[in-house]
Ligand binder design. Structure first.
Ligand SMILES: *Cc1c(COP(=O)(O)O)cnc(C)c1O
Length: 413
């Protein structure tokens, strides 16, 4: 049997000397690329679950110690998935990454891989519903004790984090009320007792993330959101040091089956090429729309971390340098919220975010419907609150759509 020809390309393959110093835009287009013997321009989809070995000895050798570009089974790794992992790791400034089937496979994988029965976890209270389920229902069932705190209250973090604390988890910007948590301060408290810091960084996006330099041990993205950004598929990734990713995450993920499919990896790797351009354009529009909405007298709240009126504006500037692509507005009541949503012509009613299409969500009746009222009150999820994910449409058209729908929704009866 003939030997497989070696990869001839990969000239910007991640982790090569000097590669990490390239600008994000260059990394987004080239990092992690592996070219086959055909030297194709566009990254190939290696739609394969398995890999053939040239000999029995080669199979034995690969199972003993697989080299960088040697794969065994797609649940463990696949060339297209590896391209996505290396490209996003390079963008994030992380040493390595493991791609997962969805954002929740990444959250669950990281939390389950890093804890065991008897451990203590401290997490911010304002969490995506499924993250809350993993913490309160799943981990608790396996003997992990979970303490939830107000993520903005440093005193509460300091009191909750004890020498028994194994892991600290939070969303850097919370959903849907957009509280911005101080990554460096919480990380310092956690590291003082030797606990891991795991951050769900969806609302920050890799474009504005400084999570690694601020002290986070594992950064998680739902690639379903801005990374795909075009509403096509699910995906996720866990990023961190080689020790964390290959030492802790990979052994757990490869045996529990949360791997990303090669097709989705290809979609995501191509999407990374335009991620920065898309997200920056969305942020620019979000800023303009938040400013315009501030002038409306018929809104109770406009929450956008890029606004000077946001309580963590200074922290947001230091930690991210931009307010993100999502804002929240309170129109006063459920009835007015529904009239407003139904009057929108461009902005779609859905529950995704980070998409090129602008999306409006009423959390109290959809994404956060199942939360008890007391918890909704605690998290500021009022009946008039709407989450607005800003897309790539023209700012002028979106502003006109918002203003016309607010007018059509009238005022409180
Ligand atoms: C969407 C989302 C997730 C879950 O991601 P999926 O890809 O839907 O599994 C987790 N955390 C946050 C903050 C999210 O927005």
């Amino acid at each position: 049997m003939t030997e497989t020809p070696p990869f001839t390309g990969g000239f910007f393959c991640a982790f090569k000397e000097g590669q990490m110093t390239r600008d994000k835009r260059t990394l987004a287009v080239h990092a992690g690329t592996r070219r086959s013997q055909f030297s194709e321009m566009s990254e190939a989809i290696y739609m394969t679950q398995g890999f053939a070995y040239a000999s029995a000895e080669a199979a034995e050798a690969r199972f003993e110690q697989a080299g960088t570009d040697e794969f065994i089974y797609a649940r463990y790794g696949n060339p297209t998935v590896r391209m996505f992992e290396e490209r996003i790791a390079a963008l994030e400034g992380a040493e390595d990454g493991f791609a997962t089937a969805s954002g929740m496979a990444a959250v669950h994988g990281a939390l389950a891989a890093m804890t065991k029965a008897g451990d203590h976890v401290v997490a911010a209270r304002a969490l995506f519903g499924s993250c809350l389920y993993v913490l309160e229902d799943v981990l608790a069932r396996f003997g992990v004790q979970v303490t939830l705190v107000d993520g903005l209250d440093m005193q509460a973090w300091a009191e909750a984090i004890t020498p028994q604390t194994r892991l600290v988890f939070f969303e850097s910007i919370s959903n849907p009320t957009l509280e911005v948590i101080d990554i460096a301060q919480v990380s310092a408290l956690a590291h003082a007792v030797g606990a891991y810091v795991v951050v769900d960084n969806v609302f920050s996006t890799p474009v504005y993330s400084k999570a690694i330099e601020l002290g986070v041990d594992a950064v998680i993205y739902s690639a379903t959101k801005h990374i795909d950004g075009q509403g096509r598929g699910l995906g996720g990734v866990i990023l961190g040091t080689k020790d964390v990713i290959r030492g802790i995450i990979e052994p757990f993920m490869k045996h529990t089956g949360g791997a990303m499919s090669p097709f989705n990896a290809w979609m995501m790797v191509k999407s990374l090429e335009t991620l920065e351009l898309r997200v920056r354009a969305q942020v620019e529009t979000a800023n303009a729309l938040a400013e315009a909405l501030l002038h409306r007298k018929d809104l109770e709240r406009v929450i956008y971390p890029g606004l000077k009126t946001h309580p963590q504006f200074a922290l947001t500037q230091a930690q991210m340098g931009a307010g993100g692509t999502v804002m929240a507005l309170d129109v006063g009541s459920k009835e007015r919220a529904f009239r407003f949503m139904n009057a929108l012509e461009i902005i779609l009613i859905s529950n995704n975010l980070g998409d090129s299409k602008s999306i409006i969500t009423h959390p109290a009746t959809t994404t956060h419907q199942r939360l008890p009222q007391a918890q909704k009150d605690l998290l500021g999820i009022t009946s008039g609150l709407l989450r607005f994910s800003v897309g790539l449409e023209s700012a002028r058209d979106l502003e006109a759509d918002l203003m016309a729908a607010l007018d059509a929704a009238g005022v409180e009866a």
